[in-house]
Design a protein around this ligand. Structure first.
Ligand code: ATP
Ligand code: MG
Length: 165
């Protein structure tokens, strides 16, 4: 299945606009060129991945903060990054945030609801797409999650369209 990642992100931004504007969080998508960014993925699942990451970035980010999603194409892949300029995740917690029900012990995260499943689901879905997710975080600077998905080039696209006919 081919998915336009740029479109997916736009739709999520629209869906999360209310919670973002309540915190005055600025949402930005950075792409190298306008138009669709095709990847080989399951639409529903990749939508879930992007939603969980962007929602976290807003939820745990600062007021008046910024959330930047970037989609960078190379020959075979699209590199996806979801970056915030929030409080960051302490290094001793970093290796555990993808575990089910794991939440960083902070009053902050306790009164923000959530079950601690979001990132476990993200990791699981990306696994099924043969993609590894990495996280980099710096206290008071922010957090960045990255992964890459297989690109669906125009050529393959044309071929798969022909196959359908
Ligand atoms: P759920 O996603 O199920 O609503 P959750 O957001 O607590 O609950 P995860 O999305 O798995 O669960 O995140 C796990 C924990 O990692 C969070 O509770 C939070 O402490 C921390 N975390 C996740 N993303 C960020 C981020 N962008 N900045 C700071 N901390 C984060
Ligand atoms: Mg979450």
């Amino acid at each position: 299945e081919r998915v336009d990642l740029a479109q997916v992100v736009h739709e999520i931004f629209e869906q999360l606009e209310k919670i973002a504007s309540a915190k005055r969080t600025f949402l930005k998508l950075r792409v190298d060129r306008p138009g669709p960014i095709w990847v080989k993925a399951d639409l529903q699942r990749i939508n879930q991945v992007m939603t969980n990451l962007i929602e976290n970035a807003i939820k745990y980010g600062n007021e008046n903060g910024k959330v930047l999603v970037s989609l960078e194409e190379d020959k075979k892949h699209v590199l996806v990054a979801v970056k915030d300029d929030g409080p960051g995740i302490p290094p001793e917690h970093l290796s555990r945030i993808f575990e089910r029900f794991y939440r960083v012990e902070k009053s902050r995260s306790k009164d923000r609801g959530g079950t601690g499943l979001g990132l476990a689901i993200v990791k699981h879905i990306l696994n099924a797409h043969k993609a590894k997710i990495t996280v980099m975080s710096k206290i008071d600077k922010g957090t960045t999650f990255r992964f890459k998905l297989e690109r669906m080039e125009e050529l393959k696209l044309a071929a798969s369209k022909q196959n359908v006919q």
